[in-house]
Design a protein around this ligand. Sequence first.
Ligand code: ADP
Length: 450
Amino acid sequence: MLASRPPLGQVPARSNTSGTALPPKLLVLNAGSSSLKFKIFGVDPLVAGMGGMFDRIGDKANCTLKASAPDPSGGKSRKWDLKLPAGDHTAALREILAFISDHVSGSFSREVVAVGHRIVHGLDISQPVLLDERALGRIREAAVFAPLHNPAGLQGIEAAQSVFQGVPQVAVFDTAFHATMPAYAYMYGIPYELYEKHQIRRYGFHGTSHKYLVEQAAAMLGKPVSETNVITCHLGNGSSVAAVVGGRCVDTSMGMTPLEGLLMGTRCGDVDPAVVLHIENQLGLSAQETDNLLNKKSGLLGVTGSSDLRAVIDAAQRGEGRAQLGLDMLVHRIKKYIGAYTAVLGGKVDAVVFSAGIGENSSLLRGLVLQDMQGLGMELDPEANQAAVGGRQGDIGAPSSRVRLLVIPTDEELSIAQQTLQLVQEAREGAGAAATDGGSGSAGVTARAA
Ligand code: ADP
């Protein structure tokens, strides 16, 4: 855990032309096919600064840069919404840096000591990695399972490498936290050669969020992560549940891709595979059309006509039957996973955690999920449940609840920043040890001087 490590400020600052040390900064990037999200962090202590998103990259007439920065004196955060042309991710990153240079620090580009990239699929890689040719190869290999996300992530990496030459770049994978799942949880019941030859298995996603939630839950419970068992529910547009024993994920609801598991905004979640074959055969849909139907037109959207839970709840309260059905389906599936994972944890559950857009904001949804769960040791405190909304952390369990019920706002960027700094520091320590003992350096990572 970070708390037990030396201060992250030990990652050395770079200096300006007159040799004065610059305040070290970290940049977190999350690249989509036509977007680039960013957040900057001060390193010592690790504090979030300006963040934002460059959107519609490639569509030069309509590119926008939206950014916000916290007010240092605790007032309202400052916001910007600009039109700036960018033909590709590198051009977008240069615009972002020019913007940061104007509004945060003129020497920002020289203050950056490491860049952390969110990468969706990392196959069975279990840790963040310093980016070298081998790591880039694995990200390319994993693109077969994340054809929209991983190539976009590579574009973000290329952009950062061209701008920040010699600065360590780290990939933090959505799949990594789930790499501890046992084989009996990650294997599908299909011919074994498909796993051996094509790596078809369950990987799980939202790992950065689940890891962060586990660490925060342990802190709230006042227990070491290694002694904490939790069920984490990341409920947003995309949703997943994870079962975690002593900080190690033992099962999660998403699979080879994010399509498996809960009913989501537009994804179907668990479905009999025969349904897919039936749709293709009977409706004459191509694989691509079926993929689109299951990922983009299903879930809450497919059942109710809206992917937004707020609209679904409003419609259900107006008495619309389909909206009520969609809500009931969503609640039922979350309940099923919590019940199943309680069994997987042998009934020894310290806490159930609710997070992301739905989990952090919808007291109604949480109330429905936790209704009649006393048999599993889960009892809600209705008032605490009402109060824990809008980004507020809270314990919404009744005092008599054996299992604590926690609402924890997730912060994936902070987690990426923590993991990036930790790895850069370990690599430096490894390189230092290798230099003093003439050894081979840290395990499989290549450190470049900051
Ligand atoms: P993403 O997965 O895109 O990051 P979010 O975590 O932002 O998504 O979650 C989006 C979901 O959160 C939407 O379904 C939205 O309706 C839901 N949501 C946000 N606020 C509320 C609320 N007050 N009540 C119910 N649902 C909410």
